[in-house]
Design a protein around this ligand. Structure first.
Ligand code: UDP
Ligand code: MG
Length: 335
């Protein structure tokens, strides 16, 4: 995929969703600004305040006063991490956009290396955690289970141990902008849009300050969104159970007939009741699974994802894939 000449130094937008992060901002801002200073093509930082109830917005406003490259989108309430990311991506104007968490678990010092890979022609540069040592055993176990189940059910669309820390080219951001589905796992969508991907490894440090904003329930909801928006396997399970029930039922029906006619021990009416019961419950489950298949397909349609996305067009007009600003909408979608 690395077929392009080196790209010019991009103007980088850094998108950071923040939810009650007043404790971490004073640590993050100086490090972020130092990294922004070192980027040759210039940079802006978009903070998305996801309905914080502490001094988060005020701190960012103050930072904007000192450094106009620091910008703020304030949401009307807490819409959740994925929605905040989307708000940030919609605001960002850069040729390349970096997504990161505010809590310094995603070290901003990695950004120049990501930009370097972008200039070599990659459209997505993901940061993959090579170690989770600083995280709790519970978090590591649940994350492991989540990636295992996702890997099984979605045919590995989502790489293990990749969070939201990544750089994306303007073309990828424009593509993501077209996926407006409600329940979103952003890393899954990024994998779905395609383009050329590469990964850099890093050791993920612990949260620099403050508490996690992902308590168990939120984590579970994110996992459920991930599963149901990338797989219809759970729906198919009903058919599977139905077929198993039918086979087991037929076996048992054979036994019931045997008891009735060969052993002649059955209570009158027992045989037919057992057979009817097993048979019809299996049929009901089977039909339920069948309906599930259709519901699954309707669900896929209702999401209205474009059928494909064009990476490049050779017609003399530079496209966003070559790093030249927002892509005109009509040129990117092909239905
Ligand atoms: N976050 C957000 N809205 C939410 C929850 C979290 O914008 O409803 C932000 C949070 O401020 C942080 C990032 O998402 O910048 C990741 O959250 P956190 O570090 O708490 O998650 P963890 O690393 O514990 O999974
Ligand atoms: Mg964190």
């Amino acid at each position: 995929m690395n077929d392009t000449v080196p790209r010019p130094a991009p103007w980088v937008s850094i998108v950071i969703p923040v939810f009650n992060e007043e404790a971490v901002l004073p640590l993050l801002l100086p490090r972020l600004r130092a990294v922004m200073d070192a980027l040759p093509g210039g940079a802006e930082a978009w903070f998305v305040d996801d309905g914080s109830r502490d001094a988060t917005a005020a701190l960012i406003e103050q930072a904007h006063g000192e450094d106009a490259r620091i910008k703020l989108v304030q949401l009307s309430r807490n819409f959740g991490h994925p929605a905040a990311i989307t708000a940030g991506l919609d605001s960002a104007q850069g040729d390349a956009v970096v997504l990161m968490d505010a809590d310094l678990q995603d070290p901003p010092e990695l950004i120049p290396e990501m930009v370097e890979l972008y200039r070599r022609g990659f459209d997505v540069v993901q940061a993959q955690r090579s170690s989770r040592e600083e995280e709790s055993v519970f978090k590591r176990v649940t994350a492991w289970a989540f990636y295992r189940i996702m890997g099984r059910l979605t045919k590995n669309e989502i790489e293990a141990n990749v969070g939201e820390f990544r750089l994306m080219s303007r073309a990828v951001v424009a593509a993501l902008g077209q996926l407006r589905e409600r329940h979103r796992l952003v890393r899954g969508l990024v994998s779905w849009v395609g383009f050329s991907h590469t990964t850099i490894g890093f050791v993920r440090p612990g949260r620099a300050a403050g508490e996690t904003k992902y308590p168990l329930m939120k984590m579970l909801r994110l996992s459920a969104d991930g599963l149901t928006s990338f797989s219809t396997a759970p729906l198919r399970m009903a058919s599977f159970v139905g077929v198993c029930g039918l086979l087991a039922g037929l076996g048992y029906a054979g036994y019931a007939v045997y008891v009735r006619f060969w052993l002649n021990k059955a209570v009158v009416g027992w045989t037919s009741l057992v057979i009817i019961n097993i048979f019809f419950s299996s049929i009901v489950l089977l039909c339920l699974g069948l309906v599930g298949e259709y519901v699954g397909r309707i669900f896929e349609e209702v999401k209205r994802r474009p059928l494909y996305l064009v990476r490049r067009k050779i017609d003399g007009v530079p496209t966003a894939a070559e790093g030249s600003g927002p892509q005109p909408r009509g040129r990117t979608s092909g239905l």
